[in-house]
Design a protein. Structure first.
Length: 95
């Protein structure tokens, strides 16, 4: 294998550990369930955790998967809420 291909492969295989979405409008457990259901319906999503207290949705992706910010906005809006901010957290060991 060429060195360039191996570097590209390493970058492509680096897993994005978590996407944290700050959401406006969540006020109850029903809100949490609705967002969880919508996010988990995405094939790229491994798991989701919703914090009502912090108004955050933490999304873990399947290895090698991606989820673009515009799609995240669509998902949250389809659940009836608005995105305030999207943060992408990477694995410090993959750097």
């Amino acid at each position: 294998m060429s060195l360039l291909f191996m570097v590209w492969l390493g970058i492509a295989m680096a897993a994005e550990v978590s996407i944290v979405v700050h959401v406006k409008g969540m006020v109850c457990a029903f809100c949490v369930q609705g967002i969880e259901k919508k996010v988990l319906a995405e094939t790229a999503v491994q798991s989701v955790q919703v914090s009502l207290e912090e108004s955050k949705v933490s999304i873990s992706l399947k290895e090698g998967s991606t989820l673009a910010d515009p799609r995240i906005n669509e998902i949250i809006k389809s659940a009836g809420y608005n995105v305030d901010k999207i943060e992408r957290l990477s694995d410090p060991e993959s750097k």
